[in-house]
Write a protein that binds this ligand. Structure first.
Ligand code: FMN
Length: 305
């Protein structure tokens, strides 16, 4: 299994919340244990570990695709344990997938503006578990969720620890969310840095309202939001599915901009479930706007390059 090491930079292209890249690979001769580093989890904003498991699933899928493209017969065996989701091991044939390493490299989140327009019905129908809503129908929930998020001192503190808003940040090229990944120009990145630095003092003076207001226009266009609905107990599998869906969309020229805050916040999650006619709000696993971006986004930072 040690031959997998050379492929790590492509495995690492998997997406993760706040770009924490929580995954670890521990090699033996026969297997590679797929685990996570607890210092890269998000205990405050992801207390149930939903996004952690989705990201781990995306990583597993990414590993299997990249190994298959390299002609390596590698399979995955789920075996949840402390800080572990399972093992990559030698299979009899390469993983069967329509995706390639080039697809993995080409995918990326895009938080910039999208062209107006909707996904063709047959594309949405092919994305198992995905439900579609119009962007504008979620604008109120996004604003309410942002207000909650930025009003919460601990959530904001955790987010801030993963922001890399200046190129002088020592981890700018390694992990977290950069100004460029967040589609912020210099002035906006500076303003965000300054306001977050003053957050404790400004919180009572309405800073959360200002920060939440910044995303007000985000969903005010004719576009789509996709919501992944699935069993809460199968979040790892859902992460693998999400990765496949993102690769399908990316291959068709679409990008995604996740909006997890809507399902991180109890009241907006319940309201979204009601709008979708979903009985159990806990089965809402992921929310993202999807469309054709006006400008390409730069590749996000990684620990392995
Ligand atoms: C489970 C999950 C949840 C995410 N939630 C958000 C989110 O709420 N907001 C956001 O802007 N990006 C979100 N992202 C996107 C990540 O920040 C992004 O994947 C990461 O920064 C790496 O960038 P890339 O996808 O361009 O490679 C999420 C990604 C995953 C896998």
């Amino acid at each position: 299994m040690k031959e997998l090491r050379a492929l790590e930079p492509d495995f690492w292209r998997a997406p993760s919340a706040h770009n924490t890249q929580p995954w670890t690979l521990t090699y033996t001769d026969a297997e590679a244990e797929v685990g996570w580093d607890p210092s890269r989890a998000l205990p405050v904003s992801d207390p149930t570990g939903r996004d952690l498991r989705l990201g781990m699933g995306a990583f597993v899928e990414c590993c299997l695709i990249v190994c298959a493209d390299a002609g390596l017969p590698v399979a995955f065996r789920p075996d949840p344990g402390p800080l572990r989701v399972g093992f990559l091991h030698a299979g009899s044939t390469p993983y069967r997938t329509p995706f390639t390493t080039a697809d993995v490299r080409a995918r990326g989140a895009n938080r910039g503006e999208y062209h107006p327009g909707h996904l063709p019905e047959e594309v949405v129908a092919g994305l198992t578990g995905m439900r579609r809503l119009a962007c504008r129908d979620l604008a109120d929930l996004l604003h309410a969720a942002d207000l909650r998020q930025f009003g919460d001192r601990e959530v904001t503190r955790e987010l801030r620890s993963w922001l890399r808003l200046t190129r002088r940040h020592r981890r700018y090229l390694l992990d977290g969310l950069s100004d460029r990944a967040l589609a912020l120009d210099r002035a906006k990145a500076l303003a965000l840095r300054a306001s977050l630095a003053l957050y404790p003092a400004l919180r009572r003076l309405g800073l959360p309202r200002v920060l939440a207001g910044a995303s007000r226009a985000l969903l005010d266009y004719d576009g789509d939001v996709l919501v992944l609905v699935g069993a809460q107990e199968e979040e790892l599998e859902a992460g693998r599915l999400l990765m496949r869906h993102w690769l399908t969309l990316s291959g068709l020229g679409y990008t995604t901009h996740p909006l997890s805050q809507i399902i991180d916040c109890e009241p907006t999650r319940a309201a979204l479930a009601e709008r979708l006619g979903v009985a159990d709000p806990r089965t809402l696993l992921h929310v993202a706007r999807v469309g054709r971006p006006i400008t390409p986004a730069p590749a996000s930072a990684r620990l392995r390059t």
